[in-house]
Structures are given as C-alpha cells and as structure tokens.
Design a protein around this ligand. Structure first.
Ligand code: SF4
Length: 376
C-alpha cells in the first residue's frame, strides 16, 4: 500500500502586514510578481514529485500569507502541477485559507471548481473595534459576505479562525463573537490565543498594545471551550474545534508526526526522517533554491520521540500508550508516569491506562508543562 502524504503550499503575500504577525509574507506585491512566484512553486512541485512515487497525497493545504491573492489562473497552474505529477486521492481534503475582502463570489466559485473543498476564513473577531485594533483589512460585514458567498459557491466544509486575547476584548465580546459565528453553523472553528512575537510591531515597546490580563485570557479560553462544546463542536486539539467528521485532516498530520512536504518560500517539511524548510526569501526561492541548508535536521530516535510527545499532547486524545508502544517499542508509563505526576496532582494532566492528556486548564500551560516533562 502507498504511504500517505500531506502537501502544504505557502503563498507569502498579503495586502498589508498585521502588526502581530510573524509569518513570512510580503505586502504590496504586484500581480506579475505573484504569478512569477506561482510558476516557481509549480516548478518545485514538478521537481519534488520524483521523491513521492510511493506516496498518495490525501491532503493539500494552501496557507499564507493570503492565498486568495493568487489569481484563479495561478491557482490553475498549481492544480495542474499537482494533478500532473502526484497521485492525489479522489477524496483528498484540499483546504485554502481565505481572508475576507480578498475573495468575491465568482472567485470562490472558481476555487471550488478547481478542487478546493475546504475553506478556512480568517474572521479573527466579529467586533469591528477589535478588528481595527488587530490592524486587519476587513470588517465584520466583509466576513459575513465572504462566508455566505462561500456557501453559495458550494463549500460544504468551512472553518473560521478567531482570536482570543485581542486588545480591548472582553469575555463578553468574545462570547458575542462565538455566538454570531455559531449561528452561521460553520463545520470548524479555530481559536488561537494572541501571542506577542518579537520582531513584530506589537512586539516593540512603542507598538505594544494593552492586552487583557492573563487571568482574563484564561477565562476567555475556558469560556470558548465551554461555549463551543454546547454548540455542537468537539475540541480535538488545543485550539481546534469541529463538528464530528470535519476535523482538519491536514493539520492532524502535523500533530501525529506524519509525513508532509512544504512548497513555497519558508514552507516546512517533515519527510524521510528529516525536517527542512524552503528559504524564507522570494528571491532565493524563485531562483530554484528549494531547501535552506541551515534548516536541514536529520531526526534521531530521541528527537522523534520528543516531537511525538510534544505534538500528540496537543490533541485532546493526547499521548495514546498503545500507539506510542507501537512506534517506540516501550511502555510510556515507565518513562512518563513520574514526570507527569506533579502536573496530574495539579489537575493539569489526566493519566490512565490509555495514556496521558491535558485537562482544559492544562492546555493553557501546555508548553511549560511539556518543557518540564521533556527537559527542554
Ligand atoms: S493577513 Fe495573515 S499572514 Fe498576512 S499579515 Fe495578517 S495575519 Fe499575517
């Protein structure tokens, strides 16, 4: 049987840069430059297909940046390169991120016709004041229009991203966003806590906005879990909630340490026991430099095990003892019972015969718990 593979395609263009964002992306590029980039990605797809003869691609994810800044013609080029060079499963999940105000009804119909079957819309908030404080280019009504256009275009699998801990946000306004969103009945919701990253305008002292306090953010996060559970979404990862059967299959690959290849500037790959990334530079990438040599890491058995614990613990199923034993040939309880003990006593982690998983409160501090457990 062929191995399964996920393909990620990075589109590093945005209308303007949001002040909190540290993803690799370029603002203000001309159409010609974007088309040249799409042609370069199609080239990489063709070249790398040689190492994927034994694989069936069951997920494709267009992320960014803002993928919906690509013209339909450019998207067509990428789909041609995909279908002409890879064994794409007939039921493959094909996701595309979409920023409101960058895609109209005709464009969304075009995407659907090309084969995109899952749309992830960056709503962030359904409060115009909060969108403004995030420096987003869209309004709440842009989001509603994009959402309805997507449904009219035939998208039966829509996700919306929202953010927790926005400057000026309160638990009440977040719950209002969640209520308005769930009334639309999307299939999936991602809810990320705003993190201030160094090197971004929000990360500089002068540009740092006043944020809700830690306790308030914790209350918002726990309130989000509770609200979405009561609205028919089940939580399957720290920040991700789905109606049954609509979990993002592509992202589940990341959290399961499965293989994926990343195409386009700055895209990361995990393939053949190695991690590597394309250079975060349009110029270098378009010259045909597909791997940033400094990023290449051959994963040792110890690396694989550490990553496995870190990533599977993000899922609500947590570290499954049987699966761990199958991969690493040992009983995780012997190694981890003592290490997780303190966090079990604090009510942050649940341990039983089936393995380990975080409680909702534990998810809030998962990074520091795992750093301690894994001696990072
Ligand atoms: S639109 Fe998305 S990728 Fe672009 S700058 Fe804003 S947050 Fe970053």
């Amino acid at each position: 049987m062929k191995k399964k593979l996920g393909i990620y395609i990075h589109i590093p263009f945005c209308r303007s840069r949001c002040p909190y964002c540290d993803f690799y992306s370029n603002a203000g590029c001309q159409k010609e430059e974007i088309s040249r980039y799409a042609a370069a990605v199609a080239g990489q797809l063709r070249v790398w297909s040689r190492m994927c003869r034994e694989h069936t691609v069951d997920t494709v994810y267009f992320g960014g940046g803002t993928p919906t800044l690509l013209s339909l013609r450019d998207f067509g080029l990428l789909f041609e390169a995909l279908h002409g060079n890879y064994d794409i499963a007939p039921d493959a999940e094909v996701s595309c991120e979409c920023n409101p105000a960058t895609a109209d009804a005709g464009y969304l119909r075009g995407l659907r016709t090309l084969g995109v079957n899952r749309l992830s819309i960056g709503a962030q908030s359904l409060d115009d004041g909060e969108l403004l404080s995030l420096g987003r280019i869209h309004t709440v009504s842009d989001f509603f229009r994009t959402y309805h256009d997507a449904r009219d275009a035939g998208f039966g699998n829509i996700s919306a991203d929202i953010m927790i801990g926005i400057p000026g946000q309160s638990t009440k306004s977040l719950l209002n966003t969640l209520k308005r969103l769930s009334d639309l009945e999307p299939e999936h919701v991602s809810a990320y806590c705003l993190k201030i990253e160094e090197g971004t305008p929000f990360g500089k002292t002068a540009g740092r906005p006043e944020l809700p306090g830690e306790d308030e953010v914790a209350e918002m996060y726990l309130g989000t879990i509770e609200f979405l559970a009561g609205s028919g979404f089940y939580q399957y990862e720290i920040s991700n909630f789905a109606r049954p059967g609509y979990e993002c299959r592509h992202n589940i690959k990341y959290w399961s340490c499965d293989e994926y290849l990343g195409f386009g500037a700055s895209a990361h790959s995990c393939f053949g026991g190695e991690r590597f990334a394309c250079p975060a530079s349009l110029e270098r990438f378009c010259r045909g430099e597909y791997v940033d040599k400094a990023s290449r890491i051959k994963l040792t058995d110890a690396d694989l095990e550490t990553e496995y614990v870190m990533l599977t613990m993000r899922r609500t199923t947590g570290l499954v003892a049987g699966e761990y034993a199958r991969r690493f040939g040992s009983d995780p309880h012997k190694k981890y019972d003592a290490r997780f003990r303190e966090f079990m006593d604090l009510g942050l982690v649940i341990a039983d015969d089936s393995g380990y998983r975080f409680t909702p409160r534990g998810m809030l501090v998962s990074n520091s718990v795992l750093s301690s457990v894994l001696d990072l």
